[in-house]
Write a protein that binds this ligand. Structure first.
Ligand code: B12
Ligand code: SF4
Ligand code: SF4
Length: 343
């Protein structure tokens, strides 16, 4: 059996649902990334625009000297049950964040795969694992390797599993035969994600204006959220799944990769008032080792206050009033003041 097939079989045994190979060349849509940065679409994510990150995305050999192949891997996470609508007093956490932190889970599995590749080839290989941890255009390489297409909602989408996927790569000096890039997309004339996006953050070239995206605003953005977006946040506490939930490619519900089998799963719809009242140590304990920590305590409570304002929960009014009177954190206090003004 060719080495590429053996590697795919090992990847599948380790719990990856997709695996493919591309040459470590400049990714085909590198220019689109440069224009994206030039237009400021990265918002406050300065790590997307640092000069060394811009260079590394052009040439993976700057991340791994001698790099010849990018092995793209994908693991699936379970989508939320679309019939399970939250109650008015409940918030929403995006599906990807309900599991143990994918950065570590995928990295560990990819390191094991690299070890097995070295055994298969009977030679030490130089390698670097990237699991949303390095300046590399992950979706572009995945599409080049034939894992799926970049859909209009900007997500890498595969026929078998839709877009509820995490991506990761092994950069290696091993020369492997590249796969066939995915050239077709199932989007055709569909525009559902464009219509469903509450803030119209999806750009015509399948990229996202992070300044408008609720995923960015509730996860990455530090400080006050601009007023125009606050009503559109609805009851989202962390992340946004709207442009994926609406997508016809996602209508088959996958159970997720074996990589996450048996893992503890967070409640996707926590009680909003309880979330708002969490103390810092409770926040850390509840979301320990999950992506939710990325919002930090301040961001999470800011989001919870805005969600309470949008839900106009009578039971939360006094907690919001107490917050406006005595909360030392200006960002949280501002969100609580805004929330009270919505009643
Ligand atoms: C920055 C970032 C964000 C930002 C910006 C989103 C974005 N799409 O750029 C924010 C915080 C908003 C975000 C949100 C989310 N993210 Co994010 N994010 C990233 C990150 C770190 C970089 C993405 C990037 O480089 N953006 C810059 C733009 C220019 O590049 P691009 O998005 O790859 O866009 C390419 C295409 O548009 C293509 N292109 C350009 N023109 C054209 C034209 C055609 C016809 C075609 C086909 C393609 C094409 O070229 C571009 C360059 O490669 C990646 C990890 C990584 N290192 O890649 C994860 C990543 C994209 N995120 C991921 C996830 C899970 C999410 C969320 C679903 C989380 C959530 N539920 O809230 C949302 C989805 C939002 C969305 N609709 O994209 C996954 C996506 C997996 C998948 N199936 O695609 C990734 C790959 C992380 C991972 N390793 O699993 N994210
Ligand atoms: S909703 Fe329609 S246009 Fe948007 S990504 Fe899915 S198939 Fe493509
Ligand atoms: S994640 Fe939400 S806000 Fe961002 S592009 Fe998709 S639907 Fe729009």
């Amino acid at each position: 059996m060719p080495i590429e097939e053996l590697i795919k079989a090992e990847a599948s045994k380790l719990g990856f649902v997709l695996c493919g190979f591309s040459r470590a060349d400049t990714p085909p849509h590198y220019e689109a990334y440069l224009s994206w940065i030039e237009a400021g679409n990265q918002a406050g994510m300065n790590f997307m625009a640092r000069p060394n990150a811009i260079e590394a995305r052009f040439d993976p050999a700057l991340l791994l000297p001698g790099c010849r192949t990018v092995i793209s891997l994908a693991a699936a996470y379970p989508a939320l049950d679309p019939d399970l609508d939250p109650e008015p007093h409940q918030g929403k956490i995006a599906a990807y964040a309900l599991l143990p932190d994918y950065h570590q889970v995928l990295k560990d599995a990819a390191e094991l795969l690299a070890e097995r590749i070295a055994q298969l080839t009977d030679q030490p290989i130089k390698h670097l694992v990237c699991a949303d941890t390095a300046p590399i255009l992950e979706k572009d390489y995945a599409q080049q390797a034939g894992l799926g297409w970049i859909a209009r909602n900007s997500c890498l989408t595969a026929r078998e599993v839709g877009s509820w996927l995490f991506l990761c790569e092994i950069l290696t000096d091993l020369p492997l035969n590249p796969g066939k890039p995915t050239t077709n997309s199932d989007c055709a004339d569909c525009r559902r994600c464009l219509m469903a996006c509450p803030t119209k953050a999806i750009l015509p070239n399948r990229t996202i204006d992070a300044r408008r995206c609720l995923s960015y605003l509730t996860i990455e953005h530090r400080g006050l959220i601009p007023l125009e977006f606050r009503p559109l946040i609805g009851t989202r506490l962390f992340g946004c799944d709207t442009c994926q939930t609406i997508c016809p490619s996602n209508q088959r519900r996958s159970a997720g990769s074996p990589l996450f089998a048996g893992a503890a799963v967070l409640d996707p719809h926590p009680d909003l008032l309880e979330a708002f009242l969490l103390r810092e140590e409770e926040f850390r304990a509840r979301f320990q080792n999950t992506p939710v920590l990325r919002a930090k305590y301040q961001g999470f409570r800011r989001n919870a206050a805005i969600a309470l304002g949008n839900a106009r929960l009578a039971s939360a009014k006094s907690a919001l009033q107490t917050c406006t009177a005595s909360e030392p954190d200006l960002v949280v206090r501002d969100a609580a003041e805004w929330a009270l003004a919505q009643y």
